[in-house]
Every structure is written in structure tokens, then in C-alpha cells.
Ligand binder design. Sequence first.
Ligand code: ZN
Length: 355
Amino acid sequence: MPIVVCIVVWLVMPERSTKAVTGGRCGTRKDGASFAEPVSVKPRRQQALYWRRTGRAASLMQKNDHNGTNASPDLLAADEPAPFTLLNAASHRPILLVCDHASARFPRFLGDFGLDAETRRSHRAVDLGAAELARKLASTLGAAAVFAGYSRLVVDCNRNFHDAQAFKEYSDGVDIPGNRGLSEAQKLLRAEKIYRPYHEAVAARIARLTAAGKAPLVLAIHSFTPVYEGMTRPWEAGILWDEDDRIAAPMMDGLRRAGLVVGDNQPYSGKTRRLNYTLDQHAAAVGLPHACIEVRQDLIEHEQGVDRIATIIAGSVDALPPSVYSVSQGAVMARSRAHAIDEDTKKQKRAVKQE
Ligand SMILES: [Zn+2]
């Protein structure tokens, strides 16, 4: 079965028992091309009533209405950016940087998402400074980097697609109208046009580096807001990790030696698998060395700050011993755990729907 079909089946299958999607077709056409067609979505009238009842913008209602009833509209216009950007494609260094929350861009098709301009540019939509930091790091390290091209509010590439958090309806005190009442077809459209191409780009790059003979180091670059839901965060940087601390431990030491206040699994825990999806899937599950680096946003809001933090992180990476560029012996265990967690997520989702 072609890989694209497998992925679409993965996206569609768990939803077959829900009311929102009653079925789907996928397979291979006579000309050999793969296809996937979610069949049933929430009735158009139901969608329209929802938006009218909640008083959302007419433009959003119209676009989401169209969006929810057509499996393949042009979510991204021809003149809009690609769902991901690959930087330093010619690099052979066995390091890949990934930046899931790099962009504050929304597809034009989705209108203003029911949000004001300030919210669309805020930490709710994008990891402020993370793209600049990842770019600088890629340049300093001579490593490749993959950047997601659209806001985490459109679809969060660092969440399991089946997790409700992939389409946040609320973020740090603000309702997100553009994600309210999404049909499964609307979610699948965003997955097809944005989420899947991004993850395929990450997977392809890792496959290329692995084929070159070394287990690549995968580093996720994120940033966090200094105050979240009223809580002030004291850390200047945080390293998120789970079972494999080959990178996390020396990196925390390195950042501390450079004078930073470093959170060990702060401000989030890498042991909460659902919050570290990209690394869990692409690195931890196959035993590749990895770490998630979180930097407080006020440290990287200017070029000078970006340069300083990039120099510190790059120094920690360069100091890693060659032995870390290898597959962890715990890979099988991690892979089975990742599978178990995914199954738990699906079960939780089914349980919530049954309540
Ligand atoms: Zn992030």
C-alpha cells in the first residue's frame, strides 16, 4: 500500500465510529494515483446554525462551511507559502533542527480565524523568536532545519492529530473561534495540506541523514511566554526529555555553565508525551538522540539575544561526545511505549465522546 494511503488511513480510521464522520474511501485509481475522500461531515445547516448561534463572523462561517463540505478545496492558494520550509538542505551534518511553532501565518482561506490581529501575532499563535533562533542555530551549526509554515492554531504539528489540543479552542485566556465546532473533514483538510507535509519533511530529512551512516541528533526549538495564565516563569531556558537523557543532561549542564537559569522538564514536562509529539514520533520512538529546547521569549525578542542564546546552545551541541550520535538501546521500549500512549489518547478521546 503506498505510504500516502497508509497515512490517510491512519488519519481516517479512528474516526469511523463517530457521528461527525460516517465513512471514507481511499485507495488507488486506475492511473496509479492515490486518493482519499472523507465522505460524511456535519450537515451544512448544523454548521451554519452553530456559527450564527455563537455570533461568529459571517466570513468565517461561510469559509468554514465551504471548508467542511469539500475534501479538497485549496486551503493554501498557489501564492501562499508552503506548509514547511527546509533550510540548509545541502548540509551533511547529522543534526536536524525542527521548529513546529515557527509561524504566525494563517491560510487566507480561513479568514481572520475570529481573532484580532494582536492575538494572531501573539504567543498563542506562534513561539515568538523560535524561528529566528532556529535559523541562527542552523547557520551556526551548519545543520538542516525544518520549519512549520503555518500557525499552531491552524493545526498544532507538535500534537497527535487525534488530540483535541491539535485544534485548540481556547488558549491563555482567549477563545479561538476558528477552531470551534470543526468537522472531521475540516480537520482532515488541515492535516492533508499542512500537518502531513510537515511531518513527511521531518521524516524524509531524518531518513536521509540516517542513510548517510550516523544516527542524527534531532533538536526541537521552542519558546515560552514569561507569564502564562497568571504564572510567572523563572526559567530562562528549559530542556524537555523523557527516557533518553543522552542529550538533555549534558545540554542542561552546558546551558547552566553559560549562566542560564535552566528548567529540567520545565515549563512543561517531556514525560507528558502528548506535549512533545514531534520528537516522540520522529526521534524517541526510533532511539535517535534528541532534546526539546525551550527558551523564554523575552531573551530572544531581539537579534542580539538570539545571537547570544544561539551561541550558548551551539556550544553545548558542539561539546557533545561523538558517542551520542547512535541509536539508543532503549529504542524498542520507547517505541512500544509511544504506541501505548497513542492508544491511550485514542481511548480517552473515545471515552470523552461517549460521555
Ligand atoms: Zn512551541
